[in-house]
Design a protein around this ligand. Structure first.
Ligand SMILES: Nc1ncnc2c1ncn2[C@@H]1O[C@H](COP(=O)(O)OP(=O)(O)OP(=O)(O)O)[C@@H](O)[C@H]1O
Length: 309
């Protein structure tokens, strides 16, 4: 296995933030760490990159135990939410900064910087100060600065959360492409489910410092391991005794004699969200918008398959 975390424990004073966490990653994979605010995602990254000491367990990179190594001796790079670029330098100078410690010839350094500029499409802003470029461009430079030193493992801590929705989407796609081109192994932290589903080869879902499920996006969504996972990813209608159905698994049919009644309707464009009341119980329903729109107070019948945890 390329990278392994075994029985990791981390405490701040007496507060245990990570408890017996174990997982592994293949080379060239993106693992997305997903979980609610405060569940320990950033702390996990800090233990992996060595900014924080662990209280138990092992961290192994390419069969080498790196648990107690200094951050600069781990061959791991981190991209943060705040870009932390050098404000008095140009894009090119920011990119070349990390290479100073690499004992490369000047020509090789220039070549690597130029390659990174073209990989990240930064040609038109390469000689501008980083204070003069947009947030999306700054984040691309921060990514480039981490990639240029060719770490064995790249950690990304909510790198796109300061950017608007469209830019996030674009950078997510670009990151995926670059990751595949460079065959880079990455751990990407987010609390955004859509981002996790779109990016992760695997998703590690955490709560209160404990692993809840480690699986692909479809597995997590379609076969949640427990109640926490079921409720954390997507919407759900709980039917009692660990039975449930997802809103998109319910079909509505217009029926003047039906027992269901439409009580809420939210038009989303490609989909429409309804609340249907049936025998006093509200059901969340998501329908593909195929032209039929149900009205509030319209009588309907609903049908669905129950699933069991
Ligand atoms: N340096 C620290 N000293 C003491 N407690 C800390 C420290 N850093 C984090 N914590 C606590 O550890 C817990 C986990 O924090 P962490 O930042 O890892 O969570 P997170 O999942 O990354 O949250 P978010 O999504 O909000 O960034 C929180 O209860 C936090 O208050």
């Amino acid at each position: 296995m390329f990278f392994e975390v075994k029985n990791l424990n981390k405490r701040y004073h007496h507060h245990e933030v990570i408890h017996q966490l174990s997982f592994s990653i293949h080379k060239g994979e993106i693992l997305v760490v997903l979980g609610p605010s405060g569940c320990g995602k950033s702390t996990l990254l800090s233990c992996i990159n060595g900014f924080e000491k662990v209280n138990g367990g092992k961290i192994i990179l390419e069969q080498q135990d790196i648990t107690t190594r200094l951050p600069e001796e781990r061959n791991i790079s981190t991209v943060f939410q705040t870009y932390s670029l050098f404000p008095n330098m140009t894009v090119r100078q920011n990119l070349s900064y990390g290479l100073k410690f690499k004992k490369l010839s000047k020509i090789d350094s220039i070549k690597l910087v130029n390659n990174m500029i073209s990989l990240l499409q930064l040609e038109s802003i390469a000689d501008m100060s980083v204070t003069e470029i947009s947030g999306g461009q700054q984040q691309r430079v921060a990514l480039g600065r981490s990639l240029i030193v060719r770490p064995k493992l790249l950690l990304l801590d909510e790198p796109f959360s300061n950017l608007d929705a469209n830019l996030r989407l674009r950078l997510r796609r670009e990151l995926r492409k670059i990751q595949q081109q460079l065959k880079m192994t990455m751990i990407f932290v987010t609390h955004d489910q859509q981002e996790a589903f779109a990016l992760g080869d695997k998703i590690l879902l955490m709560n209160n410092g404990e692993l809840q499920q480690l699986a692909t996006s479809p597995e997590i969504y379609n076969n949640p391991a427990n109640q926490f996972v079921l409720s954390f990813v997507g919407k759900v209608n709980h039917l009692g005794n660990n039975h449930y159905t997802r809103p998109e698994e319910i079909t509505i049919t217009s029926d003047p004699g039906g027992d269901g009644i439409i009580t809420q309707s939210t038009f989303q464009g490609p989909t429409i969200d309804y609340q249907v009341k049936l025998h006093g119980k509200p059901y969340q329903v998501t329908c593909l918008n195929r032209g039929q729109v149900f009205s509030i107070n319209e009588r309907v019948t609903i049908s669905y398959h129950e699933k069991e945890l």
